[in-house]
Design a protein around this ligand. Sequence first.
Ligand code: HEM
Length: 389
Amino acid sequence: MSEPIELYSTAIDADPFPMYARLREDHPCYWSPSANIWFLSRYEDVFNAAQDWETYSSSRGNLIDEIPGRSGGTLGTTDPPRHDRLRLLAQSAFTKRNIEYLAAPAVEIADQAVARILEHGGRFDFVSDFSSIVTVGLLFRMLGLPAANPAEIRHKVVLSISTDKERRGRNDTLNAAFFDLSSFIASEVTKRRADPQDDLVTRLAEAEIDGDRLSEREVVLTTSMFVVAGVESLSSFMSLFALNLARFPQARARLVADPTLVEQAIEESLRYNTSAQRFKRSLTRDVELHGQTMRAGDSVVLAYGSANRDHRKFENPDVYDIDRRPMGHLGFGVGKHFCIGNQLARLVTRLAMQRFLAAIPDYELTRPDFGWVPSSNFRSPMALPFQVV
Ligand code: HEM
Protein backbone atom coordinates (compact mmCIF):
# COMPACT_ATOMS: atom_id res chain seq x y z
CA MET A 1 0.00 0.00 0.00
CA SER A 2 1.59 3.31 -1.02
CA GLU A 3 1.71 6.37 1.26
CA PRO A 4 -1.51 8.36 1.35
CA ILE A 5 -1.32 11.43 -0.90
CA GLU A 6 -1.79 14.79 0.79
CA LEU A 7 -4.42 16.66 -1.25
CA TYR A 8 -4.19 20.04 0.46
CA SER A 9 -1.18 21.80 1.93
CA THR A 10 0.70 25.07 1.54
CA ALA A 11 2.97 23.40 -1.03
CA ILE A 12 -0.04 22.23 -3.03
CA ASP A 13 -1.68 25.67 -2.87
CA ALA A 14 1.45 26.87 -4.69
CA ASP A 15 1.90 23.98 -7.11
CA PRO A 16 -0.63 21.15 -7.35
CA PHE A 17 0.60 19.88 -10.72
CA PRO A 18 3.11 17.18 -9.60
CA MET A 19 0.46 15.72 -7.28
CA TYR A 20 -2.09 15.75 -10.10
CA ALA A 21 0.34 13.89 -12.39
CA ARG A 22 0.88 11.20 -9.75
CA LEU A 23 -2.85 10.80 -9.18
CA ARG A 24 -3.67 10.68 -12.91
CA GLU A 25 -1.10 7.99 -13.56
CA ASP A 26 -1.35 5.81 -10.44
CA HIS A 27 -4.63 6.56 -8.64
CA PRO A 28 -7.19 7.97 -11.10
CA CYS A 29 -9.99 7.38 -8.60
CA TYR A 30 -8.32 8.18 -5.30
CA TRP A 31 -9.85 7.97 -1.82
CA SER A 32 -8.22 10.37 0.62
CA PRO A 33 -8.62 9.08 4.17
CA SER A 34 -7.57 12.41 5.70
CA ALA A 35 -9.80 14.63 3.53
CA ASN A 36 -12.60 12.02 3.46
CA ILE A 37 -13.20 12.54 -0.22
CA TRP A 38 -12.71 10.88 -3.61
CA PHE A 39 -10.49 12.67 -6.14
CA LEU A 40 -10.96 12.37 -9.92
CA SER A 41 -8.05 13.71 -11.94
CA ARG A 42 -8.23 12.37 -15.52
CA TYR A 43 -9.89 14.44 -18.24
CA GLU A 44 -12.41 11.81 -19.30
CA ASP A 45 -13.54 11.03 -15.74
CA VAL A 46 -13.85 14.68 -14.71
CA PHE A 47 -15.68 15.54 -17.94
CA ASN A 48 -18.14 12.65 -17.60
CA ALA A 49 -18.81 13.35 -13.93
CA ALA A 50 -19.42 17.07 -14.55
CA GLN A 51 -21.96 16.17 -17.26
CA ASP A 52 -23.77 13.63 -15.10
CA TRP A 53 -25.45 15.93 -12.55
CA GLU A 54 -28.01 13.26 -11.64
CA THR A 55 -25.24 11.09 -10.20
CA TYR A 56 -22.77 13.82 -9.21
CA SER A 57 -25.04 16.25 -7.39
CA SER A 58 -24.17 19.84 -6.42
CA SER A 59 -27.01 20.19 -3.93
CA ARG A 60 -24.74 19.58 -0.92
CA GLY A 61 -22.37 22.29 -2.11
CA ASN A 62 -19.63 22.57 -4.72
CA LEU A 63 -16.91 23.95 -2.45
CA ILE A 64 -14.78 21.23 -0.92
CA ASP A 65 -14.92 23.04 2.43
CA GLU A 66 -18.42 24.44 2.08
CA ILE A 67 -19.56 27.76 3.59
CA PRO A 68 -22.26 26.96 6.18
CA GLY A 69 -25.82 27.72 5.06
CA ARG A 70 -24.97 28.19 1.37
CA SER A 71 -26.00 24.86 -0.17
CA GLY A 72 -29.29 24.90 -2.01
CA GLY A 73 -29.36 28.70 -2.26
CA THR A 74 -27.08 29.44 -5.23
CA LEU A 75 -26.58 28.36 -8.84
CA GLY A 76 -23.49 26.31 -8.02
CA THR A 77 -25.22 24.50 -5.14
CA THR A 78 -28.53 23.42 -6.69
CA ASP A 79 -29.42 20.67 -9.16
CA PRO A 80 -31.98 20.85 -11.96
CA PRO A 81 -34.83 21.61 -12.22
CA ARG A 82 -34.44 24.44 -9.67
CA HIS A 83 -30.91 25.19 -10.88
CA ASP A 84 -32.09 25.66 -14.46
CA ARG A 85 -34.87 28.03 -13.47
CA LEU A 86 -32.53 30.09 -11.31
CA ARG A 87 -29.98 30.14 -14.12
CA LEU A 88 -32.56 31.32 -16.65
CA LEU A 89 -33.27 34.33 -14.46
CA ALA A 90 -29.66 35.43 -14.41
CA GLN A 91 -28.51 34.19 -17.82
CA SER A 92 -29.57 37.16 -19.94
CA ALA A 93 -27.41 39.55 -17.88
CA PHE A 94 -24.33 37.51 -18.90
CA THR A 95 -24.80 37.09 -22.66
CA LYS A 96 -22.14 38.46 -25.00
CA ARG A 97 -24.43 41.20 -26.27
CA ASN A 98 -25.58 42.25 -22.82
CA ILE A 99 -22.11 42.65 -21.36
CA GLU A 100 -20.67 44.72 -24.19
CA TYR A 101 -21.55 47.94 -22.36
CA LEU A 102 -18.80 46.98 -19.88
CA ALA A 103 -16.08 47.28 -22.55
CA ALA A 104 -15.63 51.06 -22.25
CA PRO A 105 -15.48 51.06 -18.42
CA ALA A 106 -13.06 48.09 -18.53
CA VAL A 107 -10.65 50.08 -20.68
CA GLU A 108 -11.10 53.19 -18.55
CA ILE A 109 -10.50 51.43 -15.22
CA ALA A 110 -7.49 49.51 -16.63
CA ASP A 111 -5.95 52.72 -18.02
CA GLN A 112 -6.38 54.51 -14.68
CA ALA A 113 -4.80 51.62 -12.78
CA VAL A 114 -1.83 51.49 -15.17
CA ALA A 115 -1.35 55.28 -14.93
CA ARG A 116 -1.17 55.02 -11.12
CA ILE A 117 1.38 52.18 -11.36
CA LEU A 118 3.62 54.24 -13.64
CA GLU A 119 3.22 57.37 -11.48
CA HIS A 120 4.44 55.41 -8.46
CA GLY A 121 7.73 54.39 -10.05
CA GLY A 122 6.84 51.05 -11.59
CA ARG A 123 7.15 48.69 -8.59
CA PHE A 124 3.71 47.26 -8.00
CA ASP A 125 1.56 44.40 -6.82
CA PHE A 126 -0.44 43.20 -9.81
CA VAL A 127 -3.16 41.78 -7.53
CA SER A 128 -3.95 44.87 -5.45
CA ASP A 129 -2.85 47.51 -7.98
CA PHE A 130 -4.45 46.03 -11.08
CA SER A 131 -6.53 42.84 -11.17
CA SER A 132 -8.61 43.52 -8.02
CA ILE A 133 -9.29 47.11 -9.06
CA VAL A 134 -10.50 46.14 -12.54
CA THR A 135 -12.54 43.19 -11.32
CA VAL A 136 -14.31 44.78 -8.36
CA GLY A 137 -14.94 47.99 -10.35
CA LEU A 138 -16.64 46.15 -13.21
CA LEU A 139 -18.56 43.53 -11.25
CA PHE A 140 -20.01 46.09 -8.87
CA ARG A 141 -21.06 48.22 -11.82
CA MET A 142 -22.68 45.22 -13.49
CA LEU A 143 -24.55 44.10 -10.39
CA GLY A 144 -25.59 47.66 -9.54
CA LEU A 145 -23.74 47.70 -6.20
CA PRO A 146 -22.26 50.98 -4.90
CA ALA A 147 -18.56 51.60 -5.59
CA ALA A 148 -16.44 49.89 -2.96
CA ASN A 149 -12.85 49.66 -1.83
CA PRO A 150 -11.35 46.91 -4.06
CA ALA A 151 -8.71 45.84 -1.52
CA GLU A 152 -11.32 45.42 1.21
CA ILE A 153 -13.70 43.47 -1.04
CA ARG A 154 -10.96 41.22 -2.35
CA HIS A 155 -9.82 40.59 1.24
CA LYS A 156 -13.33 39.45 2.28
CA VAL A 157 -13.73 37.40 -0.88
CA VAL A 158 -10.39 35.66 -0.34
CA LEU A 159 -11.37 34.76 3.22
CA SER A 160 -14.74 33.52 1.92
CA ILE A 161 -13.05 30.95 -0.30
CA SER A 162 -10.08 30.11 1.95
CA THR A 163 -9.51 27.14 4.16
CA ASP A 164 -7.78 27.24 7.51
CA LYS A 165 -4.06 27.04 6.72
CA GLU A 166 -3.17 24.55 9.44
CA ARG A 167 -6.25 22.43 10.01
CA ARG A 168 -7.76 22.89 6.54
CA GLY A 169 -11.55 23.23 6.60
CA ARG A 170 -13.48 26.42 7.49
CA ASN A 171 -13.16 28.38 10.72
CA ASP A 172 -15.14 31.18 12.41
CA THR A 173 -13.02 34.02 11.01
CA LEU A 174 -13.43 32.75 7.45
CA ASN A 175 -17.18 32.28 7.87
CA ALA A 176 -17.53 35.75 9.44
CA ALA A 177 -15.95 37.34 6.33
CA PHE A 178 -18.59 35.74 4.09
CA PHE A 179 -21.43 36.73 6.44
CA ASP A 180 -20.12 40.29 6.46
CA LEU A 181 -20.16 40.37 2.67
CA SER A 182 -23.66 38.85 2.61
CA SER A 183 -25.02 41.40 5.12
CA PHE A 184 -23.76 44.24 2.94
CA ILE A 185 -25.52 42.61 -0.02
CA ALA A 186 -28.67 41.97 2.03
CA SER A 187 -28.94 45.68 2.76
CA GLU A 188 -28.62 46.41 -0.98
CA VAL A 189 -31.37 43.88 -1.75
CA THR A 190 -33.67 45.58 0.80
CA LYS A 191 -33.00 48.93 -0.90
CA ARG A 192 -33.85 47.45 -4.33
CA ARG A 193 -37.14 46.04 -3.09
CA ALA A 194 -38.11 49.53 -1.87
CA ASP A 195 -36.64 51.38 -4.86
CA PRO A 196 -36.17 49.11 -7.92
CA GLN A 197 -33.33 49.94 -10.33
CA ASP A 198 -32.37 48.67 -13.77
CA ASP A 199 -29.79 46.16 -12.48
CA LEU A 200 -29.23 42.46 -11.81
CA VAL A 201 -29.86 42.69 -8.07
CA THR A 202 -33.32 44.21 -8.70
CA ARG A 203 -34.07 41.59 -11.34
CA LEU A 204 -33.27 38.78 -8.91
CA ALA A 205 -35.17 40.49 -6.07
CA GLU A 206 -38.30 40.75 -8.24
CA ALA A 207 -37.97 37.43 -10.07
CA GLU A 208 -40.40 34.58 -9.72
CA ILE A 209 -39.91 30.85 -10.26
CA ASP A 210 -43.16 28.96 -10.86
CA GLY A 211 -45.12 31.85 -9.37
CA ASP A 212 -42.93 32.04 -6.26
CA ARG A 213 -40.59 34.89 -5.60
CA LEU A 214 -37.03 33.95 -4.75
CA SER A 215 -36.64 34.02 -0.98
CA GLU A 216 -34.56 36.76 0.61
CA ARG A 217 -31.90 34.12 1.33
CA GLU A 218 -31.76 33.00 -2.30
CA VAL A 219 -31.42 36.53 -3.67
CA VAL A 220 -28.72 37.43 -1.16
CA LEU A 221 -26.78 34.18 -1.59
CA THR A 222 -27.01 34.23 -5.39
CA THR A 223 -25.78 37.84 -5.54
CA SER A 224 -23.06 37.12 -2.97
CA MET A 225 -21.84 34.27 -5.12
CA PHE A 226 -21.68 36.52 -8.18
CA VAL A 227 -19.40 38.73 -6.10
CA VAL A 228 -17.33 35.89 -4.67
CA ALA A 229 -17.12 33.77 -7.85
CA GLY A 230 -16.66 36.84 -10.01
CA VAL A 231 -14.06 38.69 -7.97
CA GLU A 232 -12.05 35.66 -6.90
CA SER A 233 -12.07 33.66 -10.12
CA LEU A 234 -11.62 36.64 -12.40
CA SER A 235 -8.97 38.58 -10.49
CA SER A 236 -6.98 35.42 -9.77
CA PHE A 237 -7.24 34.27 -13.35
CA MET A 238 -6.03 37.64 -14.63
CA SER A 239 -3.17 37.49 -12.13
CA LEU A 240 -2.18 33.97 -13.22
CA PHE A 241 -2.28 35.10 -16.85
CA ALA A 242 0.07 38.02 -16.01
CA LEU A 243 2.30 35.59 -14.09
CA ASN A 244 2.49 33.25 -17.10
CA LEU A 245 3.52 36.20 -19.27
CA ALA A 246 6.22 37.15 -16.72
CA ARG A 247 7.55 33.59 -16.80
CA PHE A 248 7.35 33.22 -20.58
CA PRO A 249 8.66 36.54 -21.95
CA GLN A 250 8.69 35.28 -25.54
CA ALA A 251 4.95 34.70 -25.40
CA ARG A 252 4.53 38.15 -23.85
CA ALA A 253 6.59 39.81 -26.61
CA ARG A 254 4.31 38.24 -29.20
CA LEU A 255 1.18 39.56 -27.47
CA VAL A 256 2.71 43.02 -27.26
CA ALA A 257 3.55 42.93 -30.98
CA ASP A 258 0.11 41.58 -31.91
CA PRO A 259 -2.57 42.27 -29.25
CA THR A 260 -5.14 40.21 -31.17
CA LEU A 261 -3.24 37.12 -29.90
CA VAL A 262 -4.38 37.91 -26.34
CA GLU A 263 -7.67 36.13 -27.04
CA GLN A 264 -6.07 32.77 -27.81
CA ALA A 265 -3.50 33.20 -25.03
CA ILE A 266 -6.40 33.53 -22.58
CA GLU A 267 -7.73 30.12 -23.66
CA GLU A 268 -4.32 28.54 -23.17
CA SER A 269 -4.02 30.18 -19.74
CA LEU A 270 -7.43 28.81 -18.76
CA ARG A 271 -6.14 25.36 -19.64
CA TYR A 272 -2.62 25.66 -18.26
CA ASN A 273 -3.18 27.58 -15.09
CA THR A 274 -6.81 28.07 -14.18
CA SER A 275 -7.78 29.69 -10.87
CA ALA A 276 -10.86 27.50 -10.36
CA GLN A 277 -8.95 24.23 -9.88
CA ARG A 278 -11.32 21.83 -8.12
CA PHE A 279 -15.00 21.53 -7.24
CA LYS A 280 -17.03 19.09 -5.18
CA ARG A 281 -19.99 16.85 -5.98
CA SER A 282 -21.95 14.38 -3.83
CA LEU A 283 -22.92 10.97 -5.16
CA THR A 284 -26.60 10.07 -5.41
CA ARG A 285 -25.81 6.37 -6.17
CA ASP A 286 -22.90 3.93 -6.00
CA VAL A 287 -20.39 4.29 -8.85
CA GLU A 288 -17.68 1.83 -9.96
CA LEU A 289 -14.62 3.50 -11.46
CA HIS A 290 -11.08 2.19 -12.07
CA GLY A 291 -11.73 -0.78 -9.79
CA GLN A 292 -13.02 1.34 -6.89
CA THR A 293 -16.53 1.58 -5.53
CA MET A 294 -17.64 5.06 -4.57
CA ARG A 295 -20.76 4.93 -2.39
CA ALA A 296 -23.95 6.98 -2.55
CA GLY A 297 -23.50 9.97 -0.23
CA ASP A 298 -19.71 10.14 -0.72
CA SER A 299 -18.09 13.43 -1.72
CA VAL A 300 -16.03 13.59 -4.92
CA VAL A 301 -13.57 16.21 -6.17
CA LEU A 302 -13.66 17.05 -9.87
CA ALA A 303 -10.16 18.40 -10.53
CA TYR A 304 -10.62 20.58 -13.62
CA GLY A 305 -7.05 21.87 -13.24
CA SER A 306 -5.71 18.32 -13.44
CA ALA A 307 -7.97 17.33 -16.36
CA ASN A 308 -6.51 20.28 -18.27
CA ARG A 309 -3.01 18.76 -17.91
CA ASP A 310 -3.97 15.23 -18.97
CA HIS A 311 -1.77 14.01 -21.84
CA ARG A 312 -4.63 11.75 -22.95
CA LYS A 313 -6.43 14.92 -24.02
CA PHE A 314 -3.74 17.57 -24.63
CA GLU A 315 -0.37 17.02 -26.29
CA ASN A 316 2.61 18.19 -24.18
CA PRO A 317 0.18 19.39 -21.52
CA ASP A 318 2.82 20.97 -19.26
CA VAL A 319 3.99 23.31 -22.02
CA TYR A 320 2.47 26.82 -22.10
CA ASP A 321 1.87 27.28 -25.81
CA ILE A 322 -0.16 30.29 -26.91
CA ASP A 323 -0.51 28.82 -30.41
CA ARG A 324 -2.35 25.81 -29.07
CA ARG A 325 -6.11 25.83 -29.58
CA PRO A 326 -7.08 24.01 -26.37
CA MET A 327 -10.50 22.87 -27.54
CA GLY A 328 -12.51 21.37 -24.72
CA HIS A 329 -10.44 22.75 -21.83
CA LEU A 330 -12.27 22.69 -18.51
CA GLY A 331 -11.17 26.11 -17.22
CA PHE A 332 -14.84 27.08 -16.97
CA GLY A 333 -16.11 23.59 -16.13
CA VAL A 334 -18.64 21.79 -18.33
CA GLY A 335 -22.27 20.69 -18.20
CA LYS A 336 -25.09 22.31 -16.22
CA HIS A 337 -22.72 24.31 -14.03
CA PHE A 338 -20.56 25.64 -16.88
CA CYS A 339 -19.42 29.08 -15.71
CA ILE A 340 -22.14 31.66 -16.31
CA GLY A 341 -19.50 34.41 -16.22
CA ASN A 342 -17.29 32.95 -18.97
CA GLN A 343 -17.99 35.62 -21.62
CA LEU A 344 -17.61 38.37 -19.06
CA ALA A 345 -14.31 36.92 -17.83
CA ARG A 346 -12.98 36.62 -21.39
CA LEU A 347 -14.02 40.16 -22.36
CA VAL A 348 -12.66 41.84 -19.24
CA THR A 349 -9.38 39.90 -19.24
CA ARG A 350 -8.78 40.60 -22.93
CA LEU A 351 -9.41 44.34 -22.71
CA ALA A 352 -7.64 44.84 -19.38
CA MET A 353 -4.55 42.86 -20.43
CA GLN A 354 -4.36 44.55 -23.83
CA ARG A 355 -4.31 47.95 -22.08
CA PHE A 356 -1.84 46.72 -19.48
CA LEU A 357 0.59 45.31 -22.07
CA ALA A 358 0.32 48.39 -24.28
CA ALA A 359 1.51 50.56 -21.37
CA ILE A 360 3.79 48.03 -19.62
CA PRO A 361 5.20 45.71 -22.31
CA ASP A 362 8.12 44.58 -20.18
CA TYR A 363 7.94 43.61 -16.51
CA GLU A 364 9.42 41.02 -14.20
CA LEU A 365 8.65 39.24 -10.96
CA THR A 366 10.74 40.72 -8.14
CA ARG A 367 10.23 37.95 -5.54
CA PRO A 368 9.28 34.32 -6.12
CA ASP A 369 7.94 33.87 -2.54
CA PHE A 370 4.75 35.90 -2.98
CA GLY A 371 2.46 33.37 -1.26
CA TRP A 372 -0.73 31.60 -2.28
CA VAL A 373 -4.22 31.71 -0.82
CA PRO A 374 -4.83 28.58 1.30
CA SER A 375 -7.78 27.01 -0.50
CA SER A 376 -9.03 23.54 -1.34
CA ASN A 377 -10.76 24.82 -4.49
CA PHE A 378 -8.82 27.75 -5.93
CA ARG A 379 -5.26 28.58 -6.90
CA SER A 380 -4.74 32.25 -6.22
CA PRO A 381 -1.60 34.30 -5.71
CA MET A 382 -1.86 36.46 -2.55
CA ALA A 383 0.16 39.15 -4.30
CA LEU A 384 2.32 39.44 -7.42
CA PRO A 385 5.27 41.77 -6.88
CA PHE A 386 6.28 43.06 -10.31
CA GLN A 387 8.71 45.69 -11.50
CA VAL A 388 8.40 47.55 -14.80
CA VAL A 389 11.59 46.97 -16.81
C1 HEM B 1 -11.62 33.53 -15.46
C2 HEM B 1 -12.53 33.66 -14.54
C3 HEM B 1 -13.43 32.54 -14.11
C4 HEM B 1 -13.17 31.19 -14.01
C5 HEM B 1 -11.85 30.49 -14.30
C6 HEM B 1 -14.39 30.55 -13.57
C7 HEM B 1 -14.55 29.18 -13.40
C8 HEM B 1 -15.73 28.54 -13.09
C9 HEM B 1 -15.92 27.11 -13.03
C10 HEM B 1 -14.84 26.06 -13.27
C11 HEM B 1 -17.22 26.87 -12.72
C12 HEM B 1 -17.88 25.50 -12.55
C13 HEM B 1 -18.12 25.16 -11.09
C14 HEM B 1 -18.62 23.75 -10.86
O1 HEM B 1 -18.43 22.89 -11.73
O2 HEM B 1 -19.19 23.49 -9.78
C15 HEM B 1 -17.86 28.15 -12.57
C16 HEM B 1 -19.18 28.33 -12.25
C17 HEM B 1 -19.72 29.56 -11.98
N1 HEM B 1 -19.12 30.80 -12.17
FE1 HEM B 1 -17.29 31.15 -12.88
N2 HEM B 1 -15.35 31.50 -13.39
C18 HEM B 1 -14.82 32.72 -13.72
C19 HEM B 1 -15.46 33.95 -13.71
C20 HEM B 1 -16.74 34.14 -13.25
C21 HEM B 1 -17.41 35.41 -13.19
C22 HEM B 1 -16.83 36.74 -13.67
C23 HEM B 1 -18.65 35.16 -12.63
C24 HEM B 1 -19.79 36.10 -12.32
C25 HEM B 1 -19.80 37.35 -12.20
C26 HEM B 1 -18.73 33.75 -12.36
C27 HEM B 1 -19.82 33.13 -11.79
C28 HEM B 1 -20.00 31.77 -11.74
C29 HEM B 1 -21.22 31.14 -11.26
C30 HEM B 1 -22.44 31.84 -10.70
C31 HEM B 1 -21.05 29.76 -11.42
C32 HEM B 1 -22.07 28.66 -11.12
C33 HEM B 1 -22.85 28.41 -12.39
C34 HEM B 1 -23.89 27.30 -12.26
O3 HEM B 1 -23.77 26.49 -11.36
O4 HEM B 1 -24.81 27.27 -13.09
N3 HEM B 1 -17.56 33.16 -12.76
N4 HEM B 1 -16.92 29.16 -12.82
